[in-house]
Design a binder for this molecule. Structure first.
Ligand SMILES: Nc1ncnc2c1ncn2[C@@H]1O[C@H](COP(=O)(O)OP(=O)(O)OP(=O)(O)O)[C@@H](O)[C@H]1O
Length: 418
């Protein structure tokens, strides 16, 4: 049985629909983030999941029960909402606030009993707020208040906790603190956590699954790597990004990149640059600024030249990270070589992995293209291919490949022959 089943729901505040046919299932014990641009409907969705708003179409099932069939207190024993703005003006103590979480378990006029007080203490302990128990809620910090509101939700003893931007207004240290607390709850108690969050990198790091909302519809749902793709982020946020893995946490890491304005095209020639590992950056910049049409290849996804190419939106032939060039990729690169007027080989390492890149350049040369090689190696011991690469380069030189000493040299030579 699913913790939550959402079946084609629609909802709007006035005439316009804000949720436009949303469906998804959430398994018990999952940690789920809902992300999406401002106004995409995240908070509204969360409120429908807590029955604060009733969908005009579709159904929501909480642990198999249709949400509207559950009485207020029965619903509150299953699901707790930590709202976005928790400004409390009255001088309630922290303990008073957390006591409110026991409301669903009490009859009218019934006083709290010992059991309630031990659950409150346990909730305060879990959120590391026991020491604040007698303090007025108005006199504690934002981070502490967020913990206390979570403690109140815990005192409700729900199986699902919904949180609307629990980390907004918190510094990075307290953001991590709150997310670790939620992750512990999720792991130790099996509580299903569903939170709205703006920080995509934190969502990717903590979540089992992500729901990406865009303009009231689900644009993506699934594991972080299935949802956080350049295409989805571009569609939802209108943002050009590079997606990599964080080397410390190994979670997806997204970096927005500036899209440089393309200068008016001055050249009609296309230059295909064979590069990698940062050897292409300067060549790319110079030829880009000169207005040439550029293509790049073969670059492993995540490579620094790959990132550079992405940020300038240059078409390129890509290979999976840290893998050799497959036959299919090699053929794609050959297509780009054929389509180009000029081939530039940057001072790529003479490694086995790069032999195929050099061979592509050689093919271009044999088919009559102008091929330039930037000879910018610090010493003589750079051939890791038992001499194969050196032999190839020598043959290419004899076939007419032009060797240049620097990028400056390259640009001058290219301009001379175009
Ligand atoms: N109480 C309301 N009455 C009328 N319209 C509302 C109300 N609350 C939200 N809206 C509208 O519904 C749409 C979705 O708002 P919602 O707050 O759900 O988006 P969100 O994705 O949570 O946004 P944000 O990231 O900015 O918090 C917006 O166009 C918003 O203006």
């Amino acid at each position: 049985m699913y913790a939550l089943k959402v079946n084609d729901i629609e909802f709007g505040y006035d005439r316009e629909l804000v949720l436009k046919g949303i469906s998804f299932n959430i398994e018990k014990g999952k940690f789920i983030s809902i992300i999406g641009p401002n106004g995409s409907g995240k908070s509204t969705l969360l409120k429908t999941l807590n029955n604060l708003y009733k969908p005009t179409k579709g159904n929501i099932f909480i642990e198999g029960n249709e949400i509207s069939s559950l009485k207020g207190k029965d619903l509150a024993k299953r699901i707790a909402l930590v709202p976005q703005n928790t400004n409390i003006d009255y001088d309630f103590t922290v303990e008073d606030i957390v006591l409110m979480g026991r409301h669903p378990y009490k009859g009218r006029f019934q006083k709290e009993n010992q059991n309630d007080y031990s659950i409150i203490d346990e909730s305060l302990k879990m959120t590391n707020t026991l020491h604040l128990k007698d303090r007025p809620i108005t006199e504690i910090s934002g981070g502490e208040r967020q913990r206390v509101i979570i403690a109140k939700a815990l005192a409700q003893r729900p199986t699902i906790i919904l949180l609307d931007e629990p980390t907004s207004h918190l510094d990075i240290n307290h953001q991590i603190d709150i997310l670790n607390l939620l992750k512990n709850l999720n792991k130790e108690k099996g509580t299903t956590i569903i939170l709205v969050i703006h920080d995509i990198n934190l969502a990717a790091r903590y979540s089992d699954e992500i729901i990406l909302l865009n303009d009231g519809v689900v644009l993506g749902i699934g594991k972080p790597e299935e949802v956080i793709t350049t295409t989805n982020v571009e569609t939802a946020y209108n943002l050009n990004v590079v997606i990599d893995r964080n080397k410390y946490t190994n979670s997806l890491y997204l970096t927005p990149v500036e899209i440089k304005k393309r200068i008016p095209k001055k050249q009609t020639e296309t230059v295909h640059i064979i590069c990698g590992g940062g050897t292409g950056a300067e060549v790319i910049n110079r030829l880009y600024d000169e207005g040439f049409n550029l293509t790049l290849g073969v670059l492993n996804v995540g490579d620094s030249d790959w990132q550079h190419g992405k940020s300038l939106m240059i078409p390129m032939v890509e290979e999976a990270p840290f893998t050799g060039i497959s036959e299919k990729t090699y053929n794609k690169n050959s297509e780009k070589v054929k389509a180009a007027d000029i081939i530039v080989i940057s001072s790529i390492p003479f490694s086995r992995g790069n032999l195929k890149n050099l061979i592509s350049g050689y093919e271009g040369l044999k088919s009559g293209k102008k091929v330039f090689f930037i000879w910018d190696y610090p010493d003589e011991n750079f051939d890791y291919t038992d001499g194969k690469a050196t032999k190839l380069i020598n043959e290419m030189k004899q076939t007419g490949m032009k060797v240049v000493k620097s990028v400056e040299d390259l640009v001058r030579s290219i301009k001379e022959c175009t």
